[in-house]
Ligand binder design. Structure first.
Ligand SMILES: Cc1cc2nc3c(=O)[nH]c(=O)nc-3n(C[C@H](O)[C@H](O)[C@H](O)COP(=O)(O)OP(=O)(O)OC[C@H]3O[C@@H](n4cnc5c(N)ncnc54)[C@H](O)[C@@H]3O)c2cc1C
Length: 474
């Protein structure tokens, strides 16, 4: 071996440990105006609004993809006084929406926070539509007194539409999206103002991002059975509809900086979850005419009642065995239901009797239940449970059944924010430079969130958080 070769090999051998040491010991430091943590509906909306205000923005996402729980949303997004409602001559109003939210939340919501939600709702729909989202269909969900749930035409799932729209806007913007970068710490300066975020990438390398403000938009904790059972012991053994990304990272981030948490024990179960795969069966099926029957083939509730009530009565049915029944006319209004066929969690038959045999309930009992329900539709009067939304008769086949059971669905609790989306500290004052939005926050939905209000919450407060993070940096 020549001398030169020996020198080269020695240099290489020396350089490897030096660069490895440099890689791990010296954290790369960057500087931006705003760091947004989490790329779901809340975080992407915040990042876009902050950028619109002229801020430089880093958007951290721990997963290899954006979308979190948002991409799973199916039924739609609520809003009042929208062009879509106007076109259909739907007589709705802010006061009616407010009452529905309070009724569902058992009055434990912050009225101030809900008013902001409602006031910005039509604007949120228009903003998404201007970005290219199709939100032309309007339906009604359980707990609502008016149709106000906006979704794509043909009843396609809303989540995919929202994520597609926001992520393509992010791609066109100057927002610096960093996938597989998990935020692990928020650091405040001596005056208690947010000044930097530490993030770790998939190789284990830690990054410091200095900034003027931070938005926490990390979603809820419904994907972690350990956490939901910790906050509510009754939920042991429950399935969850949530994404594995929903691991409550805001809890640790908030603890480091003395941010207040609120309503952590309020965890919503959704009454219609398939026991197979924990797949959520969209509320829109009931909204468009589906009914619930137990294994005696009889209805047991107004299917349009709130989620907490229905979950409770469903668990009181014999053997906890309940089926969601609908027909082809309903299926055709909701393209989202095709997923259930693809996943093989749906039973079908051309006749009611055939369906009853498949779900092993008495055919004459099920047939009587449907005849009685159809007669209620004809007279627009549900004598058994006073269901108000009586739209599609279940008279023509093919008929469908999906077995359902309550599953963990949504965390009403989270970081406490005010109407400016500022995070409130343990001293009851806003923490300067710190904002939060979406399912990582608490206090808005009370004891039980109204279906279709979470996307609204994430987008309305995400936009407010982003704008204020860029402008209110004191
Ligand atoms: C099956 C299902 C159906 C639903 N249907 C509807 C519906 O029809 N209408 C409705 O209004 N609501 C619905 N919801 C609720 C709604 O989808 C969510 O509550 C809402 O989208 C939450 O948005 P978000 O931006 O706050 O959180 P997410 O969308 O969950 O986004 C949070 C993001 O933060 C990332 N993240 C977490 N921790 C970190 C960290 N430390 N560092 C970096 N990134 C991090 C996550 O990976 C994730 O991408 C549904 C939920 C589910 C599960």
């Amino acid at each position: 071996m020549t001398k030169t070769k020996i020198v080269i090999i020695t240099l290489i051998l020396l350089l490897i440990p030096i660069s490895l040491a440099y890689w791990f010991l010296f954290e790369p430091v960057t500087e931006v105006d705003v760091v947004v943590i989490g790329a779901g509906a809340g975080g992407m909306s915040a990042a876009l609004e902050a950028e619109k205000q002229g801020a430089s923005v880093v958007l951290l996402e721990k997963m290899p993809y954006v979308g979190g729980n948002t991409v799973r949303a199916t039924a739609g997004m609520n809003a009042v006084l929208t062009p879509q409602q106007k076109d259909r001559d739907i007589k709705d109003g802010k006061e009616i929406f407010l009452n529905d939210i309070l009724e569902s939340g058992h009055g434990l919501n912050s009225v101030e926070m809900i008013e902001v939600l409602i006031d910005h709702s039509a604007d949120a729909i228009n903003w998404l539509s201007d970005l290219g989202a199709d939100l032309s269909d309007v339906g009604i969900l359980a707990g609502h007194t008016k149709p106000r749930t906006h979704r794509p035409s043909g009843g396609q799932p809303i989540g995919n539409e929202v994520v597609k729209t926001l992520s393509s806007a992010i791609k066109k913007s100057n927002v610096d999206l960093k996938l597989e970068h998990k935020a692990i710490e928020i650091i405040l300066d001596r005056e208690g103002k947010a000044k930097e975020v530490k993030a770790i990438d998939k190789t284990g390398r830690v990054y410091t991002i200095r900034c003027k403000s931070v938005v926490i938009a990390t979603g809820g904790f419904g994907g972690s059975s350990e956490l939901f059972v910790y906050y509510n012991q009754n939920l042991k053994g429950y399935h969850t509809t949530n994404s594995p990304s929903a691991t409550g990272d805001f809890i640790e981030l908030a603890a480091q900086i003395d941010a207040q948490l609120t309503d952590m024990e309020y965890i919503q179960t959704h009454p219609t979850v398939s026991p197979r795969y924990g797949m959520l069966i969209t509320e829109a099926i009931r909204g468009n005419g589906g009914i619930l029957v137990n294994n005696q083939g009889v209805r047991f509730a107004d299917e349009m009642k709130n989620r907490d009530y229905l979950s409770e009565v469903l668990l009181a049915q014999p053997d906890r065995e309940v089926y969601l029944i609908f027909n082809e006319n309903i299926r055709q209004t909701l393209a989202a239901s095709d997923d259930y066929i693809d996943m093989n969690i749906i039973l079908t038959s051309d006749t009611i009797e055939g369906l009853a045999n498949k779900i092993r309930v008495d055919p004459s009992a099920l047939s009587n239940t449907l005849d009685r329900y159809n007669s209620f539709i004809q007279r627009n009067n549900d004598k058994d449970f006073n269901r108000q939304s009586l739209n599609t008769p279940l008279s023509e086949g093919p008929f469908y059944a999906i077995q359902v059971i309550p599953g963990v669905h949504y965390c009403m609790g989270g970081v406490m924010i005010n109407p400016q989306a500022q995070v409130i500290g343990d001293n009851d004052s806003p923490i300067p430079g710190l904002f939060a939005a979406g399912e990582a926050t608490g206090g808005i939905h009370g004891l039980n969130r109204l279906g279709g209000n979470s996307l609204l919450d994430a987008i309305v407060y995400g936009r407010i958080a982003g704008e204020n993070a860029a402008t209110l940096q004191k």
